[in-house]
Design a protein around this ligand. Structure first.
Ligand code: HEM
Length: 145
């Protein structure tokens, strides 16, 4: 979006993103497949939602404060993840996005989502982890996805 960080458009986009992330985790927590994976690891939902909103602001608007490491984070509990779970995760995220974004906006976010999800799954399930950790890439702080 070609607008400044304080523009009304950016504020509105940020507000809707936070609403979509909150709605998404509301559904995730109720989900039979995904709920237990999160319940075991997320103990402060407000701060998780804030972190993930910042992650998306970083991806979508090149703003926000996110400095985490999604690859290393998910890698740590890869034994509890499966490609089927990623399919479910993406379906719930899509359902939440369409509530707050128009079709073009939602399509753009889903395009980014699919790419990031695909990169994560490649690392988690395709056996490249040995290559990445051997090169120190798995634990680099940014830009793994
Ligand atoms: C099966 C699918 C997924 C599951 C079950 C899952 C689960 C989780 C859990 C439990 C955490 C919190 C970990 C912790 O704080 O210790 C987390 C963090 C995170 N997830 Fe996922 N996730 C999934 C897919 C995705 C996808 C597709 C994306 C991005 C498109 C994503 C982005 C993130 C980010 C940015 C964090 C924060 C990492 C950090 O601490 O910096 N996740 N995820």
């Amino acid at each position: 979006m070609m607008t400044g960080p304080d523009s009304e458009k950016t504020k509105d986009y940020t507000r809707r993103l936070k609403a979509a992330v909150s709605a998404f985790y509301g559904e995730v927590r109720k989900d039979d497949m995904l709920g237990p994976v999160f319940a075991a690891r997320v103990h402060d939902w407000d701060s998780h939602i804030e972190k993930i909103t910042n992650f998306w602001l970083c991806v979508l608007l090149a703003s926000g404060e996110y400095k985490g490491s999604p690859v290393a984070t998910h890698y740590a509990f890869r034994d509890h993840l499966s490609p089927q779970m990623f399919g479910r995760w993406e379906a719930l995220w899509k359902e939440s996005l369409v509530q707050f974004f128009d079709p073009d906006e939602a399509r753009h976010i889903l395009y980014k989502t699919t790419r990031i999800s695909g990169s994560l799954q490649t690392v988690l399930f395709d056996g490249v982890q040995r290559f990445l950790s051997g090169n120190g890439l798995l634990h680099s702080r940014r830009d793994e996805v």
